[in-house]
Design a protein around this ligand. Structure first.
Ligand code: IMP
Length: 456
């Protein structure tokens, strides 16, 4: 029995916390796409662990795997491992031999591409970590893969070609302020050192084989998506997207397991009770700047990786409905319910209007999406309170207005609620169902359709 945790919006839905809560039931936690552009914050007993690359599950002592669909900055990988070690943890991390490496020149080219875009149109607003250029190289068949770090001749040959090409893209490689980013010898030596370290620690695996084997042995796997469905390169607000597939299909291609392994369990969509976006792109429910400023002041809406202020809007159900369809959500985790406390009004976008038509899901181009006007339903608000105490008491202790809100979202998406987040700490997540609970599964098997949205 496995589970997949997916961001249903634009990233930053609080997936890390949900993976952490449910990760206890998993033996292996695997990331299948993205790189160190992700920001997972896991809080335990007041201690925060901010991870950008490693799967959040490693904080729980689970085997953490980076699938072939990831792009790996080796610097970040070892920084995070070393930091966790310094804090007394013993992270068990495996990396796919087929995963691609993010190289220093990818970062330089990320900046270059953003600058060029901004001269004619809106920049994507990337995290600047070289993610897009690394995936470009993968698709253009000039990427460096983890396995190449163990084969000096292959590595040098691939670097000679890739670096020569990159040097033609920048006027003066040495003037980019990027040190040795375009120096083959330097890159070769650094990568060989990383390769030796990965090999010495037995970290390189064929993830398809590794995960399938562990699954056959009866172990449970949690597939942890980074970013969110609407910044998926295929299903998101293209071109304002990341360069990978955070959607459930990505878990198959990005690890090498068969679809039946991912389908063997729940797919939980993590939904933030409001909406945030770090980069550019459509956001029909976006707050006016002064309202957003006030909200950020109380809620702290700044990107985990970039520190940039997040754009903020009301919960947008057309967007989340599309996510439920593309990912096949069998449940949701509704996060940040506490953050809505004390608002003067609470709105949820239930449909868009576009040129006289009502849309229940977003159109497929950003140009059309930008012209959509949100249709709202208004809800009663609730005041701030001791959320930790409420979490201890359980779902029924939530203010009635908050329960109405939760149940409305659940019913609209036709997905039962697995968890409600009322704070950043592990103990501040109210768990209603657990995707790894075998009795829950038996119950599901007995049901022909979906059961009541909220089952306690
Ligand atoms: P990139 O992934 O750095 O190429 O950035 C592409 C877009 O995805 C930008 O709008 C980023 O702000 C956004 N993005 C990337 N990673 C995350 C994340 O973990 N959370 C939220 N947004 C992200």
């Amino acid at each position: 029995m496995n589970a997949t945790i997916i961001g249903s919006q634009m990233g930053d839905e609080g997936k890390g916390g949900i993976v952490d809560v449910f990760g206890d039931g998993a033996d292996v936690v695997v990331r299948y796409q993205g790189g160190d552009n992700a920001g997972h914050t896991v809080a335990e007993d007041g201690t925060e662990y901010a991870l950008r690359l490693l799967p959040s599950g490693v904080v729980r002592g689970k085997t953490g795997v980076l699938g072939n669909g990831c792009v790996v900055s080796l610097e970040t990988l070892f920084d995070e491992i070393d930091t966790l070690r310094e804090r007394g943890l013993e992270p068990d991390v495996r990396v796919s031999s087929r995963a691609h490496v993010v190289l220093p020149y990818h970062r330089v080219l990320d900046q270059l591409s953003e600058t060029a875009r901004s001269e004619t149109t809106d920049a994507v607003g990337t995290t600047g970590n070289g993610i897009g250029p690394a995936y470009e190289d993968k698709a253009s068949r000039r990427g460096i893969r983890i396995a190449d770090l163990l084969a000096p001749e292959v590595l040098r040959e691939r670097l000679e070609y890739a670096v020569a090409l990159k040097r033609r893209l920048v006027d003066e490689p040495s003037a980019t302020g990027s040190g040795n980013a375009f120096d083959v010898d330097h890159l070769f030596e650094t990568l060989r050192e990383y390769g030796k370290r990965l090999e010495a620690n037995g970290m390189i695996v064929d993830t398809g084989e590794f995960l399938t084997e562990r699954s056959r042995e009866g172990e449970t796997i949690l597939f942890e998506s980074a970013q969110g469905t609407h910044i998926d390169v295929d299903h998101g607000t293209y071109p304002f997207v990341t360069s990978s597939n955070p959607t459930a299909g990505g878990a198959i291609v990005g690890t090498g397991v068969s679809p039946s392994v991912v389908a063997d369990g729940h797919v939980i969509g993590v939904v933030k009770s409001y909406l945030t976006r770090v980069g550019n792109g459509p956001l029909p429910t976006e707050f006016e700047e002064d309202v957003a400023d006030d909200f950020r002041e109380t809620v702290g809406g700044f990107g985990t990786v970039t520190g940039r202020p997040r754009r903020i809007g009301w919960l947008d159900l057309p967007m989340v409905r599309a996510s439920a369809r593309v990912n096949g959500f069998t449940g949701i985790a509704l996060n940040h319910v506490d953050a809505l406390a004390g608002l003067e009004e609470l709105r949820v976008c239930t449909a868009y209007e576009l040129e006289g038509e009502t849309l229940r899901t977003p159109p497929s181009t950003v140009e059309a999406w930008n012209r959509c006007s949100p249709q709202y339903e208004r809800f009663e608000t609730w005041s701030d309170r001791d959320w930790r105490a409420i979490a201890d008491q359980g779902y029924d202790a939530l203010p009635e207005a908050a329960r109405t809100f939760v149940e409305f979202v659940s019913a609209d998406l036709e997905c039962p609620v697995f968890a409600v987040g009322v704070g950043p700490d592990r103990e501040e997540t109210i768990v209603l169902r657990n995707p790894f609970d075998p009795t829950d599964r038996e119950q599901d098997d007995r049901n022909t359709g979906r059961d009541h949205p909220v089952s306690s």
